[in-house]
Write a protein that binds this ligand. Structure first.
Ligand code: SAM
Length: 263
């Protein structure tokens, strides 16, 4: 996977991506990272790439021409026109399935905005995808680009070692992951759930699945609406509803589950 990032702050991207798992993958040649400093394509030659917004208002806007020139130079270097993702709070909100879809590409270009954003005309010309990492506004697109590259990198074969690649992760199967525990068995008086020490593989798997469902019900009930449940899952959901399970759920969660089970 070859990542290209058009940015005003290449050092931020380089420092972030050359750290930890992505850094190791770059060293191994499983990922490559090329940053392009948009300032190098300033029309005035003095590094200035922004100007006041037409129509007035606060802040500055990144001009179309330096972004376009940077893109043209990059396109020539790559020798093709890969998907170009503009990071923007106005884009589609990023999620795991999107990461899986982007991971199928061989090359991905990210365009990071700053200040009030980028002149709309160049965005119309070069952008193929607009992506947001959530409903909040950041100072620039660098962190969102790194979030996307990190999530996409995890899908590239070899990037995660066997130890790091979870057999189950949140959002697989449409559920959040079960809680995790490590040594010591008792930490400040708090014990690891007994079942995890039992060595009974099938019971551990069942417990984990139940915990996933419970956790998703508590934190992201919306995900349960599209998750698929087998007979055992439904049994657990009914036990939750009828207070047979050791953990009690709220009245609000009960009415949500009742509706879910009615379908
Ligand atoms: N004026 C813009 C608006 O209201 O949509 C926000 C500009 S923001 C201050 C500057 C840059 O940060 C954007 O061009 C974008 O690249 C990036 N950015 C900010 N929040 C983001 C988010 N939630 N997701 C992706 N990119 C974001």
């Amino acid at each position: 996977m070859n990542f290209y990032v058009m940015t005003l702050f290449p050092e931020m991207i380089e420092n972030g991506m050359h750290t930890s798992i992505t850094g190791r993958a770059i060293t191994k040649g499983l990922l490559s990272l090329t940053t392009v400093n948009i300032r190098d394509y300033s029309e005035t030659g003095n590094g200035r790439i922004d100007d006041y917004p037409y129509g007035g208002g606060a802040g500055m806007v990144m001009q179309a021409e330096p972004v376009y020139r940077a893109y043209e130079a990059l396109k020539e270097k790559i020798g093709s026109s890969p998907r170009l993702v503009y990071l923007t709070p106005q884009g589609k909100v990023f999620h795991q399935e999107m990461a899986e879809e982007f991971a199928k590409e061989e090359e991905l270009v990210f365009l990071c905005g700053h200040y009030e954003g980028i002149d709309e005309r160049v965005l119309e010309e070069i952008v193929t995808d607009c992506v947001s990492i959530g409903d909040y506004v950041l100072t620039g697109g660098e962190l969102p680009a790194m979030v996307m590259m990190d999530a996409v990198s995890r899908m590239v074969p070899g990037v995660l070692s066997n130890q790091e690649s979870g057999q189950f992760e949140s959002f697989q199967d449409g559920l959040l992951e079960y809680p995790q525990y490590s040594r010591p068995g008792v930490w400040r008086g708090k014990e690891v759930p007994e079942i995890l020490l039992s060595g009974h593989h099938a019971k551990v798997e069942r417990w984990r699945r139940d915990q996933s469902i419970l956790r998703t019900l508590h934190s992201r009930p919306d995900l349960l609406e599209t998750a698929e449940f087998d007979k055992q899952d439904r049994k657990f959901l009914r036990a939750l509803l009828s207070d047979e399970y050791e953990v009690r759920i709220t009245e609000e969660e009960k009415s949500f589950l009742a509706k879910l089970l009615a379908f």
